[in-house]
Design a protein around this ligand. Structure first.
Ligand code: ZN
Length: 389
């Protein structure tokens, strides 16, 4: 868990005398604000730490921070935020105290930090094998549209994804190869038996009530002690803010890599990066995500999903995202963001040079600046990351 390591020094600082606390903090120091038993950081403090614009005032309950280091947008009272151009769902809503917006320390550590500085994620293992998990199968048809069943679409995406990943040098294992049901715990067991692997579950969505619900979403495991995205806000006030596991940050970054590629290539509505305790996420011990590739209950999307070529685009976007995660894990290369995929002009070399791993967690006083770090790693070559027309 990243933040505990680099917040601790300022914890010490904040427990010193009032006189010392009153001094302006050193640039980049964390100043933890206690609300009940919860730890929060001010948005001003977060901006300062990441080198984002300082003293930005809210406009209609929103604070938008943006420069070349990244984009963060917070909304008062909301768990919804924007990180680098995509929607994210926090565990706890943004609060206000003394005119300052406050973000929970858990959300900073588990959701914001891994995406703002992916090269500093610790113990990120090499990726050799991708376990593709086509959702449902056999008697379990999954969601149904007037064109077909989720179980068939997920299997087809997996079958199209496999050779794309193999062409990029991955070993690929599928939790099912045909139209039969595999219990969820067996899927997890298959995944847990493979070293140096990641787990990618593919599903399509369905809405019970709202037939116009559409778009992509992606899930990784809810951090321990936090509410899932679809839990109500009463649960969001739960007292337990115990931190998650080391692999949580790997999973959220895997989510980010795949999700940015999905939105950058296919461009359906952005429903966001979410958290859930789905069995396949809970029972797998490796970086794991679950993709919801559109709604079978929405007219336009159900037609797209029924189209094999469109499912091929989806598979290709997933493969690019996975490859970005591998480049991060293997070589500390900065993953591409949705704006990198969609921008027309060629990328400058600077913006894509990887930062070296310093091997030490950031201390508040020595914040590595990803954009100014020198590196011997080559920039990501966009020609090897095919843009899907
Ligand atoms: Zn499903």
């Amino acid at each position: 868990m990243l933040l505990l390591a680099f917040v601790s020094p300022s914890f010490a600082a904040s427990s010193k005398s009032k006189k010392e606390k009153a001094k302006p903090a050193a640039l980049g120091a964390w100043r933890v604000v206690k609300i009940g038993s919860h730890d929060y950081l001010t948005v001003g403090n977060i901006a300062e730490f990441y080198g984002l614009p300082a003293n930005v005032q809210p406009v209609e309950k929103r604070i938008h921070l943006e420069n070349e280091k990244g984009v963060l947008e917070f909304t008062l009272g909301s768990r919804e935020m924007q990180i680098n151009g995509v929607r994210n769902w926090l565990s706890f809503p943004v609060l206000e105290k003394d005119g300052q917006f406050l973000v929970s320390r858990m959300d900073l550590a588990e959701t914001i930090e891994p995406q703002m500085r992916p090269q500093l994620i610790t113990h990120i293992g090499k990726v050799k094998t991708v376990i593709i998990d086509p959702g449902h199968g056999g008697y379990d048809k999954g969601a149904i549209s007037r064109f077909g069943c989720e179980k068939d679409y997920t299997l087809d995406v997996a079958r199209q994804l496999r050779p794309l990943l193999q062409a990029r040098g991955f070993k690929v294992l599928m939790t099912r190869e045909g139209d039969y049901f595999v219990p969820l715990e067996v899927r997890a067991r298959i995944a847990n038996a493979v070293p140096d692997a990641i787990f990618v579950s593919v599903h399509f969505n369905a809405a019970d009530i709202n037939p116009s619900a559409a778009g992509f979403e992606i899930y990784s495991l809810t951090p321990r002690g936090a509410p899932s995205t679809h839990d109500d806000l009463m649960k969001a006030n739960a007292d337990n803010t115990q931190a998650g596991t080391a692999v949580d940050t790997h999973s959220i970054e895997l989510s980010s890599c795949i999700y940015h590629s999905l939105l950058g290539h296919v461009g359906e509505f952005d429903r966001g990066m979410k958290r859930a305790r789905f069995a396949v996420l809970r029972q797998t011990k490796l970086p794991s995500v679950l993709i919801e590739g559109g709604f079978l209950t929405e007219g336009g999307e159900s037609k797209l999903i029924a189209n094999k070529e469109w499912r091929g685009k989806l598979a290709q976007a997933i493969s690019v995202g996975i490859d970005n995660y591998k480049s991060l894990a293997d070589s500390k290369l900065q993953p591409l963001l949705v704006r990198d995929y969609t921008r027309k002009e060629p990328l400058t070399t600077d913006s894509k040079v990887a930062s070296p791993d310093t091997g030490t967690p950031a201390s508040p006083e020595s914040i590595p600046a990803p954009s100014s770090s020198s590196s011997s790693h080559p920039p990501i070559d966009l020609t090897t990351a095919p843009i899907i027309p």
